[in-house]
Design a protein around this ligand. Sequence first.
Ligand code: SF4
Ligand code: SF4
Length: 290
Amino acid sequence: MQLSYKAPCSKLVNLENIWFQLSKVACNIKCKHCYLDCHQDTRKRNFLPAEKITDAFKLDLPNLRMVYLTGGEPFLHPKINEIIRFCLKKSDVTICTNGTLVNEKKIKVLKTIEAAFLHKICFKFSLDHYMEGRNDEYRGVGVFKKVVNAIKLANRYNIPFSIVCVNLKNEDETLVRKGFSELFQKLGIVYKEEYIKVIPLLKMGTYSKYYNISDKTNTVTYEDLIDFDMEILDCKTSRVISSDGIYSCPALVNDPRGRLGEKLEDSSRNVYLETQTCYDCVNRQDGLFG
Ligand code: SF4
Ligand code: SF4
């Protein structure tokens, strides 16, 4: 459903990235700032049926570069190994995970699966601070240690990884990167700038409930787009396949304004940049997710 026809719009240029949202609600932790509204209730997990993935790949996808598996927490999906195997036939696969379920046994299983394909697996770990207390204040006690362990394992088993850091307190990005580089040094891992993606806090989902925030503040104007390189926006090259339809980007999977239709064929519909998140996206001059 399109709610407004006044906002500027973005259109898909090339479908290079497909995000499969394996569940909108299932997660094994409960972050205070979850941009969705995930919970640990085992009765309402609403997993993406594996057929949605096989159906998507029936289309010709000549520009596909990367498949992202996301959630919630993708490792909770009961068919995760089967899904990874299927996606690796078509593309490299990035698993976007909170890292707390990644242990040595799981890494060995992933390496075995990967060995049968030319395409590769990589990880995107969520870690919101290089200091344990600052991360765990929002993500839960004990989470930092588990993610650090997952990073060490990925490094040891040569699985490429990056870290998505939500800049919870709007700290200076240079200092955030310096903190991560020191953390990596302590872990004995060579630090590379591209390992860290710092993104702003998305004030939606659990966060907006917890802090009683309402969306409507700023919207993208046509003036904002003068001299702006639209190509950097994820919605130019990506689509999300979720249990209830196709969305323009991972940030808008719980927002009817991000929904484009039922099937991947609906991907080319206009994306109206009318949310606060679109405004943040455009004004930070960098893609949020890819
Ligand atoms: S932010 Fe990610 S890890 Fe945290 S509760 Fe939401 S889905 Fe789970
Ligand atoms: S949040 Fe960013 S990537 Fe998503 S639809 Fe809006 S402008 Fe595009």
